[in-house]
Design a protein around this ligand. Sequence first.
Ligand code: AP5
Ligand code: MG
Length: 220
Amino acid sequence: MNATKRIVLIGPPGCGKGTQAKRIEEATGMVQLSTGDMLRAAVAAGSPIGLKAKAVMEAGQLVSDDLIIGMVADRIKQPDCAKGFILDGFPRSIPQAEALARMLAENQQPMNGAIEIRVPDQFIVERITGRYTCAKCGAGYHDKFQKPKQDGVCDKCGASEFSRRKDDNEETVRTRLGAYHDVTAPIVGFYEKGGILKVVDGTQAIDDVTKSIMGVLGSL
Ligand code: AP5
Ligand code: MG
């Protein structure tokens, strides 16, 4: 497979964007670009971007387009992105999708595909409230759907410290879902009109979603 592909993963909170982006990165060498992870790193570092984003993220609302677009514009200029990339959590509004199209056009880089991981709302609260990650390497787990092989020990790095996101509570996830439907979902139509939208069924088991996405990638 040609590894210099650029794709977008679209879907509501908990649909599996991060889980699948990490697997695609491992399988293809394309780089995962998660705006949520970038913002959480900025919050942890107390940087100016982090200070602006912290309260908005904790409330489950969307950070301003300008701040996010600037952050992504800087990131995709980094040399590792020449291997191709998987955007996870960006774009999340029509202005962000338009800004991304302009950035790529300036670099004469086509966007190869936009993959919607479709998961109905009724699955989301259980997915989100059961999520936790390894505090050392960031590997993702779930209380019910993705347990480590040995209880309390990370499969990837052997660490035994885990963390849960501050915004992973039922109340905030409902706000995040509202933001998804109101502001983000229109980008599905944006990419459909552009002729590059593919849809996968995100209610399948994690391994089957990966197979579906790898099938789509192979067809791009
Ligand atoms: P972000 O970090 O992007 O959060 P999100 O979109 O709400 O998505 P999540 O990370 O919660 O879900 P995911 O789809 O990655 O699911 P995962 O694979 O972990 O953004 C956080 C915040 O930052 C936003 O609210 C906003 O404030 C801000 N932000 C970020 N980007 C922004 C932007 N572009 N513009 C403006 N603001 C922005 O899976 C979830 C759980 O389910 C895991 O435990 C996993 O093990 C499990 N799971 C995954 N797939 C399956 C499956 N098929 N079956 C069963 N369980 C599964
Ligand atoms: Mg994520």
